[in-house]
Design a protein around this ligand. Structure first.
Ligand code: AMP
Ligand code: GLY
Length: 416
């Protein structure tokens, strides 16, 4: 298949790695990609958020499937334009992508579909925000309403910090104040063709910067899959009570959700609750879900893009487990220092079961340099979490970067 993958992160690198692992002779192009992706497939420097440019490229090159990695092209309407021109695309249109782009929209859909989620109040002024903060009490949860690249959410016991966060994000629009939900978090990805859904294997993401879930929220510092502690029937319950009602609600509103419904869930004492939806594969969870996928990814994504999921069996996953640990630049997430040289990746790759998904890397002469905050995801599979973790951390020790840092406790709780 001729496939175009939009994006430039570790998630897109993991998607491309899974497509190549099919050994099906796919012709894959990535736009714009990064240094790691460019080592595997041709890349093209086009703007992935420009609907006309992407559609023009897809038509000229007879692309049979476009896979949209990040949220920005979705919110910019790239999938709508491709679909209008008859190009199969895995990714929702602008309207359905609001499920991620607007937390208020997501809450409204959940209310109308009867999907279990925490209580939330939208505030347009600081007075409203403070009233909601005091109404729900500590710990406080304050979120920017629009896309904020993982930085818009503050969970804190410090009332003043909660108010300051609300004040900051009110400059950019409205904020949502939410009830705090306690419990283990689960990321569950579901493929949707607008009507039917198929689940992938659950994963857990580590959102906080430092070990023991300390420090600020980030885009994600590591992940593992599967989740051995999940109660039986968990995935079925999410399908019945969350994913299908959401997909049906969007279809009823003439904004079908075609793509990846990312359910960010919390397993509370009172049952499963949605913390957030995303309209795309999660990063870094994709890096641990796709290496375990046995069913060819291209067939699943093409079926979702063309309305054919209903007739397919659930995707199959290997019994192997996977762990990923993100290497971040000094200063991430506030002010990452870029331009530094990364070495030792080849040594890491020589370790059995290890792969490296590049995120913010570029070539500068013969050197690999860091171009952003989350630089790469070291991924390791193994027969169990002890094995996968030891491979992942051995690989990280082989990689050198001044000021580079990573969490040391990824998947520690399941490695027994
Ligand atoms: P979000 O971007 O909405 O997923 O939020 C980022 C992270 O903040 C989540 O993964 C949770 O760890 C935490 N969080 C968000 N909302 C809540 C909530 N209502 N209760 C507890 N933790 C939350
Ligand atoms: N890992 C969280 C996300 O992709 O939004």
């Amino acid at each position: 298949m001729r496939i175009l993958v939009l994006g430039s992160g570790a998630r897109e690198h993991a998607i491309i790695t899974a497509l190549l692992a099919e050994n099906a002779g796919h012709e894959i192009t990535a736009a714009p990609g990064n240094a790691g992706i460019a080592a595997d497939v041709p890349t093209i420097g086009l703007d992935p958020t420009n609907p006309a440019v992407v559609t023009g490229f897809a038509l000229e090159n007879d692309i049979e499937l476009v896979i949209i990695g990040p949220e920005a092209p979705l919110v910019a309407g790239v999938a709508d334009k491709l679909r209008q021109r008859g190009v199969a695309v895995f990714g929702p249109g602008k309207a359905a992508a609001q499920l991620e782009g607007s937390k208020t929209f997501a809450k409204r859909i959940m209310d109308d579909a009867g999907v279990p989620t925490g209580r939330a109040l939208r505030a347009g002024t600081i007075a409203e925000a403070i009233a909601a903060i005091d109404d729900y009490g500590s710990p406080y949860v304050v979120k920017a309403d629009g896309l904020a690249a993982g930085k818009g959410v503050l969970v804190t016991e410090d009332r003043n910090a909660a108010i300051d966060h609300a004040r900051f994000w009110l400059n950019h629009g409205s904020v949502l104040v939410e009830e705090f939900l306690a419990g283990q978090e689960v990321s569950l990805f579901l493929l949707s063709d607008g009507h039917s859904v198929l689940p992938l294997s659950p994963a857990q993401d580590y959102k906080r910067l430092n070990d023991d879930d300390d420090g600020p929220n980030t885009g994600g510092m590591g992940a593992y899959s599967p989740l051995p502690w999940l109660p039986a029937g968990f995935v079925d319950e999410v399908i019945e009570t969350i994913a299908l009602p959401t997909v049906r609600q969007l279809a009823e509103e003439q904004t079908p959700f075609i793509g990846l419904l990312y359910c960010g869930l919390i397993l509370t004492e009172n049952g499963i609750r949605v913390i957030e939806f995303n309209a795309r594969f999660g990063d870094p969870e994709t890096q641990v879900v796709l290496p375990r996928l046995i069913t060819p990814l291209s067939g699943l994504l093409f079926a979702a893009a063309t309305g054919g999921l209903g007739s397919l069996p659930r995707p199959e996953f290997s019994d192997d487990v996977a762990v990923t640990v993100v290497l971040a630049s000094e200063g991430y997430p506030e002010t990452p220092i870029t331009g530094r040289i990364i070495s030792g990746v080849d040594t890491a790759l020589a370790i059995h079961g290890v792969s490296v998904a590049h995120a913010a890397t570029a070539k500068s002469g013969d050197n690999l340099v860091a171009t952003g905050g989350r630089i790469l995801s070291v991924v390791a599979t193994g027969a169990d979490f002890i094995e996968a973790r030891s491979r992942a951390y051995l690989a990280l020790e082989a990689i050198e970067l001044d000021g580079g840092h990573y969490r040391t406790d990824i998947a520690a709780r399941v490695a027994k």
